[in-house]
Design a binder for this molecule. Structure first.
Ligand code: BGC
Length: 445
């Protein structure tokens, strides 16, 4: 997962793992930050207004239960910076007690024995019974529960600024053709159609939703879950790459000589959309959390739809907090926090703000907004094709995901690169990463 200077190997599940974990412990690699009993230092990347409010709600519930959330926020949407800070802190023997670690990025730490085994918490709280199987699958590493879940995000959302369309008498589009027609009308009326940022993870987040639309769930899984090299030769990948470029083009400013797209925080793109500077926005539903929290003009006059071609599909990312194993007797506090995160009341309160949906089947969601209700119903239905987000680490490890994101980003920004070249690069990358253990074509998780 990363280079450990003094111990350049990974701990395995074999006889060597005990030795390995022992060495790490001796070296004090996981000797945590010096919090007092009851205090839990939480490293995370929730820094937008809605993310902050959702984290604050968790902190308040913890306080009611005698625990103190000591904030360790690292700015940077998508979490690339936070994950680097986490690596650095562990190596410098300043590991936080709790960290936002999601999906495949947990595996390396779990292999090293650095994540607290939460099997007992899960059993006490009947997680296997109340939580969605796809959620449970994302909490496990090496067969053990190593994280507590917070919420399920849907990525394949198209937000439509209905107020802006009404003002220009444009009928809200239903498919790609309609979208492109209304985009042309908007441009003619002097409005930039699409909100977009060139930040690599945002470009790739748009891409994975487009890819799902062009490829469908089975081919998407062959590429990003099974890493089947043949799948990257499919023309659907070329179509998705070209759509990405065309979509980005629709975000270019209209005035000649104006500064083109830049690597802006996702909250800036949300603000463009909410304040009517753009009519369409493709983003994970943390953007909906932000639209709901900010008192931005027009912020509530929007619709959310599935990205064309992905209706009825759920491209998911599941937020989780892992507890780092420390030698200072904080296990009881960590377990208490994990239990709290999974409770129905916390699930409802947190997800209502965050834009995600509860990880439990038994939480009544009728109080959530219609977009959240639709996401929940889809995620809950056994008939729904659920596919893991690669950008948000559900399908690929941290390092593999960064390489794919970089490749997609380079293609989007470099008009001289052919789709065939990008396809070959992606194929080579996924071949080099190798097949993912236990990845089945048909299974949703
Ligand atoms: C996380 C979300 C977060 C988003 C933007 C995603 O990877 O899962 O919780 O809101 O990044 O930072």
């Amino acid at each position: 997962m990363f280079a450990v200077p003094r111990f350049p190997f990974r701990c395995r599940r074999s006889w060597a793992s005990r030795l390995c974990i022992g060495l790490l412990a001796l070296a004090g690699v996981a000797a945590g930050a010096a919090d007092k009993p009851g205090e839990l230092n939480v490293l995370h990347w929730w820094t937008s207004a809605s993310e902050r409010a959702a984290a604050d709600l968790v902190a308040a519930r913890m306080a009611e239960n005698g625990l103190k959330w000591v904030d360790g926020a690292v700015a940077g949407g998508g979490g690339a910076a936070a994950v680097k800070v986490l690596n650095e802190r562990i190596l410098r023997r300043m590991a936080p007690k709790v960290a936002q670690l999601i999906g495949q990025s947990m595996n390396g730490w779990a292999d090293m024995g650095l994540l607290l085994n939460l099997d007992d918490v899960a059993a006490r709280r009947h997680w296997a019974k109340v939580m969605f199987p796809t959620v449970m699958a994302q909490l496990r590493a090496n067969g053990h529960i190593v994280a507590a879940p917070l919420g399920v995000h849907r990525i394949n959302n198209l937000y439509v600024n209905t107020a802006l369309l009404r003002r220009h008498r444009i009928v809200a589009p239903a498919d790609w053709d309609g979208l492109l027609r209304s985009a042309a009308q908007l441009r003619a009326a002097g409005v930039v159609p699409v909100a977009f940022s060139d930040e690599p993870w945002q470009v790739a987040t748009v891409f994975e939703a487009l890819l799902l639309g062009e490829a469908g769930p089975a081919l998407y899984r062959r590429m990003l879950v099974q890493h089947d090299p043949k799948a990257f030769e499919d023309p659907a990948l070329e179509r998705a790459l070209l759509r990405l470029r065309a979509w980005r083009q629709l975000a270019q400013p209209l005035a000649p000589g104006a500064v083109p797209n830049a690597e802006r925080p996702w909250t800036d793109a949300v603000a463009d959309f909410a304040q009517g500077r753009a009519a369409f926005f493709i983003m994970g539903d943390w953007a909906r959390g932000e639209l709901g929290t900010l008192a931005l003009e027009g912020g509530r006059d929007f619709e959310c739809r599935a990205v064309p071609g992905t209706a009825g599909m759920h491209l998911y990312s599941i937020d989780t907090l892992a507890m780092l194993t420390l030698s200072d007797g904080s296990r009881a506090d960590q377990e208490k926090m994990a239990e709290l995160l999974g409770t129905a009341t916390l699930q409802l309160g947190y997800n209502r703000i965050k834009g995600s949906v509860p990880v439990r089947r038994d939480v009544p969601v009728d109080e959530l907004d219609p977009c959240a209700q639709a996401s929940f119903a889809l995620f809950a239905s056994p008939a729904t094709p659920r596919v893991p987000s690669f950008v948000h680490r559900m399908a690929v490890s941290e390092v593999g995901k960064s390489a794919i994101v970089e490749t997609v980003h380079q293609f989007a920004l470099n008009p001289n690169q052919t789709p065939a070249a990008a396809q070959r690069r992606l194929q080579g990358l996924l071949r080099a990463i190798g097949p993912r253990a236990g990845a089945a074509a048909s299974s949703s998780p």
